[in-house]
Design a binder for this molecule. Structure first.
Ligand code: HEM
Length: 513
């Protein structure tokens, strides 16, 4: 048990903070956005969902509207259920809404506040964004096209050898790509030690940043409780995850510097940044910028590709239509190339639909307001946490008719070729990559990874429902694993080559990777 005096003083402190916040917000002439009625002291803690928040917030929206707020122990959380509100605040007033929340457990104790995703806005934030923007610009990612193409082909070839491990193959191909782009590191086998370590590190991220999972996030003073103290298990967990994170970040950076010194380094994001570095004091920021791109790019692209496989398992007609388009453009004697992309409007629309149908981050990453603001007659206090419900925005029936249906056609005009301009969205036609100054800096790389994997899979493989022992199709679950980065729960499906010619092309591709 924790020391009762400690708990009493923490609760006492929280009560004073709560009273102060109540007092200062009641002084404001404008109301907070509406929301469920809070209780004294704890606010809406008892109503705040532990998982599937996006569904709960969608329901709340029917009563309270598109801009809602709840109170968690004195902290205001604003929930945005419309694209317009998210764009008005997070894009157009990004000078106010680009902070990240302070997370004692995942951020400070484990160390994720060194990475771009959790770093506070300031010089270090700007520097890291500049590094990543420069290294992963639309132009820069074209350099990785050959590797993207080869990896996508090798991945499809592996799907034919052990189709039951299709999720592992998706993971391997995304990790191989990220590690090669960021560190020039070649992944040459299943269960590569760096890939395994990175997965443990990312599991630590999900667990340590899970809202409500650790008391220290509610009472930050607990971070001073020593690890040996009874009940301080969170400190031991934090130490374990921190050690994993630091060992991954340091070992990759040491490896790359050694290779550069020996002249054996393959050009990559980190080596290019080190080449252009004007002062060795920049090294630490480059190290964490690289780690940010590595950790930001792995699970997200895996989730999107898993969603593609799930959508194909469930929607054979869409799969056949996309395959027919690819056959007409690419033919049967070769595999898709990036140059084919402009002639594949339906495949491009299918990619957009993957990101709309089941967005990777249902609630975006949280933003925080830097100062008091007023929007649509509501007061948004300084320090509010802003959750943009991407899931609801991507399923808005006034913009996307029959939103739960997987239908790429929604992104094309009646001619089946011209992309439709969707109001209040960007070129990828949904909100999958977030907002404002925190917009995902890896979107060009993600877009190319997804395109090449989707096009190669459609060209060579058929994905369908697996059959049970009686020959009856097994209906896959469309449930997603809860978490900041969500992904489909594992399911079984059948994967086979579309033709012997396709199997031969893949076999050859695997031999030459
Ligand atoms: C399908 C793939 C991806 C999706 C759906 C995705 C989505 C997102 C979203 C929603 C955010 C939060 C934006 C916000 O707070 O408003 C984000 C941030 C970020 N993403 Fe991605 N991402 C993907 C791939 C990548 C890749 C490939 C990389 C790098 C190689 C990357 C690196 C990052 C980083 C570093 C951040 C933090 C940015 C910041 O806080 O300033 N992401 N991503």
């Amino acid at each position: 048990m924790l020391d009762l005096t400690l708990i009493a003083s923490v609760l006492g402190g929280a009560f004073i903070v709560y009273l102060f916040r109540q007092w200062s917000s009641s002084r404001h002439s404008l109301p907070l956005p509406p929301g469920p009625k809070p209780l004294p002291l704890i606010g809406n803690v008892h109503q705040f969902p532990a998982e599937n928040e996006h569904f709960v917030f969608e329901e709340w929206g029917k009563t309270y509207g598109d801009i809602m707020s709840v109170n968690l122990l004195g902290k205001t959380v604003v929930i945005l259920n419309s694209a317009k509100a998210a764009i008005d605040l997070l894009d157009k007033r990004s000078d106010i809404y680009s902070e990240r929340p302070y997370l004692p457990m995942g951020g400070e104790l484990v160390g994720w506040d060194h990475t771009l995703a959790l770093v506070s806005s300031g010089d270090r934030f700007r520097q890291m964004r500049k590094y990543i923007a420069q290294a992963l610009s639309v132009r820069a990612v074209k350099d990785y096209r050959r590797f993207q193409t080869n990896e996508a082909r090798a991945s499809c070839a592996r799907q034919l050898i052990t189709p039951e491990n299709f999720i592992d193959h998706i993971r391997r191909t995304v990790n191989a790509l990220i590690l090669s782009v960021i560190y020039g590191y070649p992944v040459s086998k299943d269960n590569d030690p760096l890939v395994v370590l990175a997965e443990q590190v990312l599991d630590g991220f999900s667990a340590s940043t899970l809202p409500g999972a650790f008391l220290v996030d509610v009472f930050p003073l607990l971070k001073h409780v020593p690890a040996w103290f009874p009940g301080a298990g969170f400190q031991r967990k934090a130490a374990h995850w921190r050690q994993l994170l630091l060992s991954m970040v340091d070992s990759t950076f040491t490896m790359i510097k050694k290779d550069i010194a020996a002249g054996t380094q393959t050009p990559c994001l980190t080596s290019r940044l080190l080449d252009t570095m004007s002062d060795t004091s920049e090294e630490e920021t480059i190290k964490w910028a690289a780690a940010s791109a590595h950790t930001g790019g792995a699970d997200t692209s895996v989730s999107a590709l898993m969603t593609f496989y799930l959508a194909m398992t469930l929607n054979p007609a869409v799969q056949q239509k996309a395959q027919a388009e690819i056959d007409a453009v690419v033919g049967n004697g070769r595999l898709p190339e990036f140059e084919d992309r402009e002639n594949l409007p339906y495949t491009n629309a299918l990619l957009k639909e993957v990101l709309r149908w089941k967005p990777v981050t249902h609630l975006n990453l949280p933003h925080v307001s830097k100062r008091d603001d007023v929007y649509e007659g509501y007061h948004i206090p300084k320090g509010s946490i802003i959750l943009a419900n991407i899931w609801v925005m991507n399923n808005d029936p006034s913009i996307f008719k029959d939103p739960r249906v997987f239908r790429p056609e929604r992104f094309l005009e009646a001619d089946g070729k011209t992309p439709v301009a969707i109001p209040n969205t960007r070129e990828w036609s949904s909100h999958a990559f977030g907002f404002g100054r925190r917009l995902c800096p890896g979107q060009s790389l993600a877009d190319e990874t997804l395109f090449m994997n989707i096009a190669t899979t459609l060209a060579t493989l058929n994905i369908s429902k697996a059959l049970n022992e009686k020959g009856v199709p097994i209906e896959p679950s469309t449930d997603y694993v809860p978490g900041v980065i969500s992904r489909p729960k594992p399911w079984v499906c059948k994967i086979e080559a579309r033709s012997s010619a396709a199997a031969d092309l893949l076999k050859h591709a695997l031999e030459t990777v």
